[in-house]
Design a protein around this ligand. Structure first.
Ligand code: TYM
Length: 335
């Protein structure tokens, strides 16, 4: 029998999920979960959420919504394990064990920490320790179920690199224990925001949310920033300076891409027409997800909690075995 590859990934419970989450990561969750050679674990990183979010009701609401969204995009909770990070306390224990193998310098240079710290240089004291050690908990999430593959967007790659380093470090010190987890094959995906300023992100208010209605999508794309150097339709544009072209690359057919590229660079097609094609393709992607999500309304949050309960038991079984082994090897078993 061929041993299955363990796939693991997670999302924080911090508000509506958006196209960045979907095109950068969730799309691959579905693809990988349909491959029988994989054993998949998808979780909600509600402990990571605590580094920024403090309202317990919001965390609980978003947690359940992510479970229902996972199912709506096509993840089957029977064949894949869907669980909450907080259902597996042993992950937090592994976090400590791995923290003792990680240097402060490694964590201080992680982009997510540097950004926050730089932003709040004067308020350095207010940056919480959770934010600094965030990547260690993430390594524990990954190494706990002995993950082989970790589908995440580009912003999370440095964190997965740390998990890879820690796997190698642990294996060198204590003997072969962890597989070295791999990232997505091919390119790292970074979905741009609609404001033309950076990546699409929950806190940047520059998103298309997975539950946005066709009218909302039309409105948001209508206002989205394109190549700022193209002032009039008669000016030739540069698609490589336009975030919406990146969205086209992720969503549109080859024929549409060629049409948009040629039309923009020759000033034959204006941004309005280019946006129309994109709006249609976004709505086509979102429609079946929204239909499924609407159907799940009937089962509602009770169903989400049942899925989490079952998933939590399955994930915990796998992760407890790793953590016991790790503690044994490090000389700190349960007496
Ligand atoms: P989170 O909640 O910020 O994002 C969830 C996933 O969506 C991807 N993503 C994007 N990809 C491309 N372009 C974008 N604009 C974009 N915005 C978000 C993220 O890369 C991510 O894959 N730390 C993680 C959660 C986590 C985790 C883990 C993931 C905790 N432990 C272990 C994998 C393995 C996070 O904050 O994701």
């Amino acid at each position: 029998m061929i041993e299955k590859k363990v796939v693991l990934s997670g999302i924080r419970a911090t508000g509506s999920l958006h196209l960045g989450n979907y095109l950068g990561a969730m799309k691959y969750f579905v693809k990988l979960s349909k491959d029988e050679k994989n054993s998949c674990y998808f979780f909600i990183a509600n402990l990571h959420t605590l580094t920024t979010r403090i309202n317990p009701d919001d965390i609980l609401r978003d947690l359940k919504e992510i479970v229902l969204t996972y199912i709506s995009i096509g993840i089957d909770p029977e064949s894949s394990v869907i669980f909450a990070q907080s259902s597996v306390p042993e992950t937090s224990e592994l976090n400590w064990l791995l923290a003792c193998l990680t240097s402060v310098a490694e964590l201080e240079k992680m982009p997510h920490f540097k950004e926050k710290k730089d932003m709040k240089e004067i308020l350095h004291e207010t940056v919480n320790v959770g934010l600094l050690t965030y990547p260690v908990l993430m390594a524990a999430d990954i190494l706990g179920p002995l993950a082989n593959k970790v589908p995440v967007g580009e912003d999370q790659h440095p964190h997965v690199e740390l998990a890879r380093d820690l796997a190698r470090r642990f294996n060198a010190l204590y003997g072969e224990t962890f597989p070295v987890p791999e990232l997505l094959e091919g390119e790292a995906i970074r979905v741009p925001g609609l404001d033309g300023k950076g990546k699409m992100g929950k806190s940047n208010q520059n998103t298309i949310d997975l539950m946005d209605s066709p009218e909302e999508v039309l409105k948001k794309i209508g206002k989205a920033v394109t190549d700022t150097a193209r002032v009039r339709k008669s000016d030739a544009g540069n698609p490589l300076n336009c975030g919406l072209y990146t969205l086209h690359q992720l969503l549109s057919s080859d024929g549409e891409l060629m049409e948009v590229y040629a039309g923009c660079t020759s000033a034959q097609m204006g941004c309005v027409d280019c946006k129309k094609i994109l709006v249609e393709n976004i709505n086509q992607l979102l429609a079946p997800i929204q239909v499924k999500r609407f159907e799940l309304n009937e089962k509602g949050s009770k169903y989400a909690l049942e899925v989490l309960h079952e998933g939590g038991k399955r994930a915990r079984k796998k992760i407890v075995a790793t953590v016991e082994n790790v503690k044994e090897k490090m000389g700190v078993p349960l007496y």
